[in-house]
Design a protein around this ligand. Structure first.
Ligand code: GDP
Length: 471
């Protein structure tokens, strides 16, 4: 290692990796780094295809106070135990440095190129808090109550709504009442996420992913409506909640944006579109809303409220659906079509001030391979993998040890029907069932010698996110 000073001087790129919980951030970063360090098969990543990457290696990260992304632990889980690694619960960072030969003859005459990629992993739930900065406590409360009125949410929100209706905002501030309300509100948000409805839009994000703020007053908050037009009395429950909400914005949301998000150069937003497809149109609509809000955070229009928080601009944003290995390759473009549709409205609405936005369907780690099975005279496409222990297909429960062939989820050609939210929220007629597989064994890399993690289209993501910086 050439020492800290040299590290700081080498050109660097801050790459944000976000997505709602379980979208695949940890798996993406682990596979991204492993494939670069170990010479994976990356034919669509030009610098790798043309053999210009001399080496890629980990270095000390520039920010001493941000936890390090535990790459080695995650890789050990994936490769030694063949288990999926522990998911993202808070922000973390990892510096990967790439040494490369320039693509131009002129560039090659100069010294070897060097790029340090600072990968910043953070929960998408935290990003969804940015819009709160423009909202007063009353507005936040009104919107939270409106959202909880949607047919797909009413039953989950029931217990919290009952407590909220009962609470007297004008009563004296009382810690136990505040705690009961806040816990019930957080339970509702968690239920939305964990329930098979798989809903996505659930601010405040730290209620789901508290990081080190668990139990702090800034998180002991619940939306609370004033029951009449009177302004809140000092010392009342409402005044207490309002003050805590404002503290949450000032001491949690704002610094997070200023210190981390505002310094990003590029961003990948991962989404688990398959889980939403599994859960049906309501979950898709909800994911679309969450994605719009996430993308709006990167819309740094001139003079906009958020522009003060951003010191410079993100110039490329990639929206990627993960876990495409659950589908046959014929469906990969269709999945990409669904991501495009999910992102389109948000992208059209937003003024990205020149930022390039692209969409992709990928599997950071391909846990399956393709095959065919004979059924009568027909050869039918299947995917083959080791289902996770406890997964069931057609009544059969798997032990996590044996491989099996399954018919992949099949995406319909016309995607409009998948977005229809009319009808019964719970019936989810269009839903598709997917099985979860164990991580795969390593495969031979680009040189036929080294072993690397198999993937689908991870190289395209690399090309979009890094390609121009390695020219
Ligand atoms: P995070 O919360 O965004 O960090 O999510 P993770 O990266 O931990 O991923 C959550 C789960 O999704 C993992 O435990 C895997 O089961 C699954 N997963 C993520 N990426 C992939 C992928 O590329 N292929 C497959 N088959 N499963 C994946």
């Amino acid at each position: 290692m050439a020492g800290r000073a040299a590290n700081i001087l080498s050109p660097s790129l801050r790459l944000g990796v976000t997505g709602l919980s379980r979208a695949g951030k940890t798996v993406f970063i682990s596979a991204f780094v492993h494939n670069l360090i170990h010479g994976g098969r990356l034919p669509m990543f030009e610098a790798s295809k043309s053999g210009r990457i001399a080496r890629a290696f980990l270095e000390e990260q520039p920010d001493d106070t941000v936890p390090r992304f535990q790459y080695e632990d995650h890789i050990a889980a994936l490769l030694e135990a063949r288990n999926w690694p522990e998911s993202t619960r808070a922000i973390s960072e990892l510096r990967l440095t790439i040494e490369f030969e320039s693509a131009s003859a002129w560039g090659r005459l100069l010294s070897r190129g060097r790029l340090s990629v600072d990968i910043v992993d953070y929960p998408g739930e935290w990003l969804l808090d940015l819009p709160l900065l423009t909202k007063s406590f009353s507005q936040f409360s009104r919107e939270a109550l409106e959202l909880s009125n949607l047919p797909v949410r009413t039953d989950l929100a029931g217990p919290w709504r009952a407590l909220e209706a009962e609470a007297d905002p004008d009563a004296d501030a009382d810690e136990m009442t505040a705690r009961r309300l806040a816990e019930s509100f957080a339970d509702y948000l968690k239920a939305c996420k964990l329930d098979e409805r798989a809903l996505s839009t659930l601010p405040p994000g730290r209620f789901l992913m508290p990081g080190d703020l668990e139990g702090s007053p800034a998180l002991t908050v619940s939306p609370l409506l004033l029951k009449d037009d009177r302004s809140p009395r000092p010392g009342s429950l409402h005044a207490m909640m309002e003050r805590r909400y404002e503290a949450y914005k000032t001491h949690v949301v704002k610094p997070f944006f200023r210190e981390h998000i505002a310094r990003l150069d590029r961003q990948i937003v991962l989404i688990d579109a398959l889980q939403a497809l599994n859960a049906g149109p309501w979950a898709l609509a909800d994911l679309e809303r969450a994605l719009s809000e996430i993308l709006a955070c990167f819309r740094i229009g001139r003079g906009g409220f958020f522009s003060d928080l951003f010191s410079h601009r993100i110039d490329r944003i990639l929206v990627a659906a993960t876990k495409a290995d659950h589908l046959h390759h014929e469906s990969h473009d269709r999945l990409q079509g669904i991501v495009k549709r999910l992102a389109d409205r948000a992208v059209k609405r937003a003024d990205f001030s020149g930022a390039e936005v692209d969409v992709l369907a990928l599997a950071a780690i391909r846990a399956t391979r393709e095959g065919t099975v004979k059924q009568g005279r027909e050869e039918l496409p299947v995917i083959i993998g080791t289902p996770l222990e406890g997964e069931t297909i057609g009544g059969e429960t798997f032990d996590g040890k044996s491989e099996t062939a399954v018919f992949p989820g099949d995406l319909p050609v016309g995607i409009d029907s998948m977005f229809q939210t009319t009808g019964d929220a719970a019936s989810a007629e269009n839903s598709i069932r997917f099985v979860r597989f164990r991580p795969p064994r390593l495969e031979r890399g680009a040189d036929g010698l080294t072993l690397s993690l198999p993937h689908i289209r991870l190289d395209r993501a690399m090309q979009f996110l890094l390609g121009d910086r390695l020219a």
